[in-house]
Ligand binder design. Sequence first.
Ligand code: ADP
Ligand code: MG
Length: 700
Amino acid sequence: MPLRSELMPVANIIRPRSVAVIGATEDYVKFGGRFTHHLVELGFKGRFIPVNPRRAEVLGHKAFPSILELDEMPDLALVAVPSDLLRQTVDECGRAGVGACIVVTAQLSEFSEEGAALEREIVEVARSYNMRLVGPNCMGLIVPPHGMGLTSSQTLRYACRLNSGSVALVSQSGALMGSLFAVATDHGVGLSGMVTVGNQADMEMCDFLEAFIADEDTRVVCLYVEGVKSPDRFRELARSAQAKGKTILAVKAGATEAGTAMARSHTGSIAGSYTAFETACRENGVVILDDAEAMILCANIIAKNPPMGPGATGIVVSSGGGGAVLIDRLTDKGVPLARWTEATHQRLDHDYGSGHRNNPIDLGAHKGKLDISVFRRAVEAVYEDPGVSALFYMMTPQPLMPETIDIILDLHRRGDKPVVLCLNTSRFGEDVRQQVLAAKMPFVSRNDDAARALKAMFHARDFARTGPKPAPQRPAGTGGAKAGRAGLLTEPEVKAMLASYGVPQPAARAARTAEEAVAAAKDIGYPVVLKGVAEGVVHKSDLGLVKVGLADEVALRAAVAEVAEVFAREKLGVPLFDVQQMVEGGVELIVGVQNDASFGPQLMVGFGGIFVEILKDVAFASAPVSPAEAEAMLKRLKMWPLLAGVRGRPAMDVAAACEAVARISWLAADLGDRLVDIEVNPLKVTPSGAWAVDGRATLS
Ligand code: ADP
Ligand code: MG
């Protein structure tokens, strides 16, 4: 009989009333010693219970010889035993009524088959006692408001104290938590909690994400993700965070193949498709960043600033050259820059010449004598410009640094709009860094991080306007997708499915002989296209199975002979032909849906043919989509102007294209688990319609 009748709430893991440290010792060199010291010295608000058969007490706290002999059922037990003792230890914790085991022991599922088996076993054991399990292969957690440094990371010694605030982190990497803790300390980032989840054998990222969304202290949650265990829950939580006005930032490993391999060996996570994760984030308001350190700093800026209103960025710098490079950087990242109003220009006229009073303002380029009131007038004019949604000040070594920082601190205190401060001052600026830290104003030290923070804020603002991806309405006449045999389907098989979902396609007829082909072409009307239909062929034209632009019977008969030859040469069996109406002119799109193992069907649209491979000009969304969403995707393409009409080229029938894309996405979604992938390449779009001229699909 388990001592606990139900699972302990996750909030109790973050703020435990008591923590038993198995192997607690004064010896800092030992693993258990580091946990012990950090927990005791940083002012843990709960009860610390050392477990050690060789000690009567540890750092002044009464020790117990075994977890089975405690005088209470602790909320947490820290388990960092060697793997051969792991099963027994977890079992003893269960028998002692522990609420949750924090399992630091590594080399389990991320390491070997035996490790994976042991990991499954300890989860079963824990569940049999209604005990939760965090990890294994985790590094514990740091919860400043609770005075809790339950981690072996030595960055805690370096920090000396914990800084409470409203930024939370859930990390699959333990060591990364340590280094981000150090970055946070250097930049005065106040934390509501940092949790490492390791292999997520029992408790996973979403459990803590949910807890931090509910946590009153937390405003921004940062995620370091290798693999998402429950994608639907992740999407739902992202939406609920939005609704509560909280921001989620995420960095995910596995944007490259090398990164994916590294993540897999690190926590045993199948990193899943990066693109699918990115799509889930974009559609549900999670801001993706490409750097974990930047994520913590951005979180701080978001947490300690008001939400961004309308307008664009107003920039003040103290180096003309630095400012020029900075503007390139910001523009590159898609951060919009404000144009001053006439009133702002007039205010700036007093101190700056006409060539020096545009966005960005270089403080040093003022007229007349150097005087701090010049700086104040300029910075305030920019901050107060109604077209400025955020003030960005980049400080490089300059005269009057502390006085200038005072101006920035004043504006930050006003709190009308976000103020982003970048201290590009190296060690030369240590005094002002201390000044900023003391005032608890967020800042970054690299321009790139400022650009990322601004981008994240614009992203959050724009998302708040549009909201999450709406549930699309089923197009008329779709539903009940009929999937036939498994495997790679032929073009006519795929087209039959597409036709049942109302996706337009050119008239086509099967033929076995030249006579049948000629008869078909007569009905369809020249010019026609002739294709050879053979199972197992992925790219028909590579083999010479596609003959386009056949103007008359002579051309058609020649094409039939050639295609028949290919069948013989490639041993494709008895030739089967498909005679198709030729869709002339227009542009060729590729429309594909891949069924992601964790995130489900993922739609991709782009310009077809060689453009996909060379330009990678594609856009993604989760399927199904509405025609409006399809249009938004097409508008994200660099080559969108080719559809919209450019330089005398006619506009294409975008509405027909979007309708076709939406219907293809519904077919894919309705195929459910049967779908591996489906691709229409090309969807030919002309000024008068859109047609699927090819189709390929793999079903399971
Ligand atoms: P593959 O298996 O090689 O992709 P496709 O059926 O896509 O074969 O044909 C190759 C190319 O021929 C297409 O990309 C398109 O440019 C052209 N094509 C094929 N069918 C038609 C058609 N019915 N009308 C116009 N062009 C076509
Ligand atoms: Mg094709």
